[in-house]
Design a protein around this ligand. Structure first.
Ligand code: FES
Length: 131
């Protein structure tokens, strides 16, 4: 059985959509079930100013993505890395045992977004004018 808060987020998921000027976009998938989460972060001054996502998954994945998006919005990047699948499941007052893995998608995607944003950029390639 799902908790009332899971059902509420499933029926009214928060922060669904895209951010056109996102700093970082990542997609993660669960190879076990085939579900996937596409995440957009708008990061300003080391904080998640805005977060949006597209979820292609089960009801638990929708609810976990929704509440996880609320947990990271406005937070610093270090705070985002502290949001774990266990904390997401706890915020939803638990998930059925066979649905616990669904909370991995959001935690994995949000951590990947932070790591992608922090990844050193390749230096620009210098081109020589042959003329
Ligand atoms: Fe795939 Fe829930 S069954 S994320």
């Amino acid at each position: 059985m799902y908790s009332d808060i899971v059902m509420e987020h499933f029926k009214n998921p928060r922060n669904v959509g895209v951010i056109k000027d996102a700093n970082v976009v990542v997609k993660v998938g669960d190879p076990g079930c085939g579900d996937a989460l596409l995440v957009f972060f708008k990061i300003v001054d080391d904080r998640v100013e805005d977060v949006k996502y597209k979820i292609f998954g089960c009801g638990a994945a929708i609810a976990t993505s929704s509440i996880a998006s609320e947990m990271v919005k406005g937070k610093t990047l270090d705070e985002v890395l502290e949001v774990t699948d266990a904390k997401i499941a706890a915020a939803l007052h638990g998930l059925p045992a066979d649905k616990m893995h669904c909370s991995n998608l959001a935690a994995t995607a949000f951590h990947a977004a932070v790591n992608e944003y922090r990844k050193p950029q390749a230096p620009p390639v210098e081109t020589k004018d042959e003329n």
